[in-house]
Design a protein. Structure first.
Length: 254
């Protein structure tokens, strides 16, 4: 089989399954893995696929940063369901952190406590939404405000967290990759997110299924550092299985 025939077969399998695996292609075409990797590289250069670890995909595994006012209109129903499920995890805690991002912000719409609750947040939209809410005190994390996220980050923001402990952290991400971990597209906020993850007793990730098998530029934690991931019903069974193997509790928001 010549290179043209191999490429046609690779593209056919890609069209059928949305992804291809190097080992499976090597076995099917009876060529080495090195040859398949070269084929995938050539096809990527022609913009016919995206190379991934161990294969190729029709979807770009890397996600790009989008402004918050654009992201709020994406997957709106899924975000509402995820936020409603997240609210149940507050429990008896008297302090929580709500991170930046549109999915985390959606939680504020369901937050109507009947006892005192302190909400710590770097996100301006979260603070403004909750500042007059009964039984809620807002601790606004200060620092340099980033236009794309309307959220604070940097050394001033991180310094405020030095002497703080908190029950639950609710945070959104841009990518969930089973090997790379959890990541975001705003590198400036990655360090603050890592600090919030380290100080929280429970870490809750709020992310719709489109965030799986994707990577942002800034890694914020491994799967082992996460207690819960709340997502929608379109998440794959394989992803749920892998997460549970890493000790992550998965909640499907219906």
């Amino acid at each position: 089989m010549n290179i043209t025939d191999r490429h046609q077969l690779i593209l056919q399998k890609l069209q059928e399954n949305g992804k291809v695996d190097i080992q499976e292609l090597s076995d099917a075409l009876q060529v080495s893995g090195v040859t398949i990797r070269k084929d995938l590289k050539l096809l990527e250069e022609k913009k016919l696929l995206y190379r991934t670890k161990g294969g190729g995909s029709t979807q770009n595994p890397y996600t790009a940063e989008r402004p918050i006012n654009e992201k709020e209109f994406i997957k709106t129903e899924e975000k509402k369901k995820i936020a409603k499920a997240a609210e149940a995890l507050i429990g008896m805690n008297d302090s929580i952190i709500i991170g930046s991002g549109t999915t985390a912000f959606e939680l504020t719409r369901y937050l109507h406590p009947t006892k005192h609750l302190t909400v710590i947040t770097p996100a301006l939209k979260v603070a403004l939404e909750l500042c007059n809410r009964p039984f809620v005190d807002v601790l606004q994390i200060g620092g340099l405000i980033h236009q794309t996220s309307s959220s604070a980050a940097g050394s001033f923001a991180e310094r405020l967290l030095d002497d703080i402990s908190c029950g639950v952290l609710f945070i959104g991400v841009d990518g969930i990759d089973m090997e790379f971990g959890l990541s975001i597209t705003n590198l400036a906020e990655a360090s603050l997110n890592m600090k919030m993850i380290n100080l929280a007793q429970t870490v809750v990730i709020m992310a719709d299924s489109s965030k799986f098998n994707r990577r942002g530029i800034g890694r914020i934690c491994s799967l082992e550092q996460v207690d819960y991931i709340i997502t929608d019903s379109l998440v794959s069974a394989d992803a749920v299985k892998t997460l549970k193997e890493h000790g992550v509790k998965v909640i499907i928001a219906e």
